[in-house]
Design a protein around this ligand. Structure first.
Ligand code: KG4
Ligand code: ZN
Length: 343
């Protein structure tokens, strides 16, 4: 079965054609990062406009690169939640138009379910059940993936997401957006024991995360140093900060793995590209005799191949949508998006 996937939840306009949820025939991504960089973060209004401009070309390119005709495509999958509402609406409405004109089924896909599915593309042998750490710019979840479409959130962040925590701390250190990526590179050359930073815990919820205090600790440290005229080693601070964030993630991930007895560990989302996180979860899996799956680096960030992959499994589960499909800025990963009636 061939699925055309469409993604526009944040600052990447993407389209891809994927076969049977596992084989990428084409994947095209138009990034807007350069344009948002001068503002230090994604400007929603600009994101929506750029998606509108890019989407026709990106879908056309994905179709051309796949070598398939519209007659050979079986369904259209689109990210409908969560994300920036104006950005999501561009993809959703475009997909509805395509579905209407071609008569192909329309499949709504939860963006984070898509991130998890990036692993189905990377590892053809991976099948649920497994335990997944989903870490992106907007979310940090520990999820029990019981089947392709049945997911249970075991832990979540109470404030900032891991990616957001990296980006905000990087910004405080003067590293341009998206700082998480650059902070990770700089940290490789730093001493992670140079600065003592807290490892915040959430009282009564051992699997939940809290990163805002850690970010504030870095901002205070930078303020105090500048008031005293002391210099800060950016590589050392990046390394110490990255160590603290990754420790919080892996400690809770291990607790969840122990509690659930999970044999397979999976990571997903933009932050799953983080070098230290990849090394630490690999060590955790090795130490505890579990199998680890990680998305290949090109599939960690936002792309449409992961949406087409998850779309395949949503389709098999009967989760298609009608012409009144709407986008939602927020949506629990455990729930099916509100798909409305078939019109
Ligand atoms: O999943 P994603 O591409 O978009 C969302 O769904 O949010 O995640 C983007 C986030 C950004 O916060 C970015 O800074 C972070 O992932 N990120 C990283 C790395 N690569 C991307 N954070 C830490 N280390 C990295 N190597
Ligand atoms: Zn994402």
């Amino acid at each position: 079965m061939l699925i055309l996937g469409i993604e526009s939840s944040c600052d990447e306009t993407a389209a891809a054609v994927v076969e049977d949820g596992r084989r990428i025939l084409s994947s095209v991504i138009a990034s807007q990062i350069e344009e948002h960089r001068i503002y230090g973060g994604v400007v929603p209004e600009i994101a929506s406009r750029r998606h509108s401009e890019a989407i026709v070309g990106v879908v056309r390119e994905a179709m051309e690169q796949s070598g398939k005709t519209w007659k050979e495509i079986d369904a259209i999958a689109v990210t409908c939640a969560p994300g920036l509402i104006g950005a999501l609406l561009v993809g959703v409405n475009f997909a509805k138009g395509l579905s209407l004109s071609t008569g192909l089924p329309l499949i709504p896909v939860h963006h984070l379910r898509g991130h998890i599915a990036a692993n189905y593309l990377t590892s053809p042998d991976l099948e649920p059940p497994f335990l997944c750490l989903v870490v992106s710019g907007g979310h940090s979840h520990i999820i029990s993936v019981k089947s392709y479409t049945e997911l249970q959130v075991l832990g979540r962040t109470r404030d900032d997401a891991a990616g957001e925590a990296f980006d905000k701390a990087a910004r405080a250190m003067g590293i341009p957006y998206p700082g998480g990526v650059e902070l990770d590179k700089i940290a490789e050359g730093g001493n992670e024991r140079a600065y003592r930073l807290p490892h915040p815990k959430v009282e009564g919820a051992p699997l939940d995360f809290s990163f805002s205090g850690l970010k504030t600790a870095v901002i205070n440290l930078l303020h105090n140093a500048s008031q005293k005229g002391e210099s800060i080693s950016v590589p050392d601070l990046c390394a110490s900060y990255r160590r603290a964030v990754v420790d919080c993630l892996t400690e809770n991930f291990q607790k969840a793995a122990d509690e659930t007895g999970a044999k397979k560990l999976v990571i997903a989302g933009g932050v799953s590209a983080n070098r230290l996180l990849r090394r630490e979860v690999a060590a955790l899996a090795e130490k505890t005799g579990r199998t680890l799956y990680m998305p290949e680096l090109s599939l960690c960030g936002d792309n449409a191949a992961m949406i087409a992959s998850q779309g395949y499994y949503e389709f098999l589960a009967g989760n298609t949508a009608g012409m009144d499909l709407n986008a939602a800025a927020q949506c629990d990963i455990a729930q099916r998006p509100a798909v409305g009636r078939k019109l």
